[in-house]
Design a protein around this ligand. Structure first.
Ligand code: 5GP
Ligand code: ZN
Length: 124
């Protein structure tokens, strides 16, 4: 168990890998947290700093989160800015892949926080 693990009420998917990370059932390298969200290192980093910011509760994608809980969405953006400032120079790219053609592979909303380099732009 680590300090980032906390019981969450409500929205959970027992088959979701990110719900398992939030619960502490799957290990992850946490770097920061807020009341409703956590930030941890992506297992397959694409930049010097590549973190995932996720809500503790389960929302399938960014549209569902923004429609259901816009305040939590704003909290995730704040957490992304915080970790980009702590681990890089405060400049960052925040990506929410939405749907398989956009590259979404985990259906628990997550913002990719990329920082620490001059980032290129070759999405397709
Ligand atoms: P997506 O493709 O859905 O936008 O992003 C999913 C991200 O989650 C990928 O960048 C992938 O490397 C990361 N990921 C998948 N499984 C795990 C895991 O178990 N632990 C961590 N830390 N990252 C994971
Ligand atoms: Zn989940």
């Amino acid at each position: 168990m680590n300090t980032y693990v906390r019981m969450t009420e409500g929205r959970k998917d027992p088959d979701c890998i990110f719900c398992k990370i939030v619960a502490g059932d799957v290990p992850a390298e946490f770097v920061d947290e807020s009341p409703g969200a956590v930030a941890f290192k992506d297992i397959n980093p694409q930049a010097p700093v590549h973190l995932l910011v996720i809500p503790r509760e389960h929302y399938g994608d960014v549209s569902e989160l923004a429609a259901t809980n816009p305040q939590l969405m704003a909290e995730m953006v704040d957490l992304a800015a915080q970790v980009a400032g702590d681990l890089a120079d405060g400049q960052f790219r925040l990506i929410f892949n939405s749907g398989p053609r956009a590259g979404q592979s985990v259906y628990h909303v997550h913002g990719h926080v990329l920082a620490g380099a001059d980032l290129g732009w070759t999405p397709a």
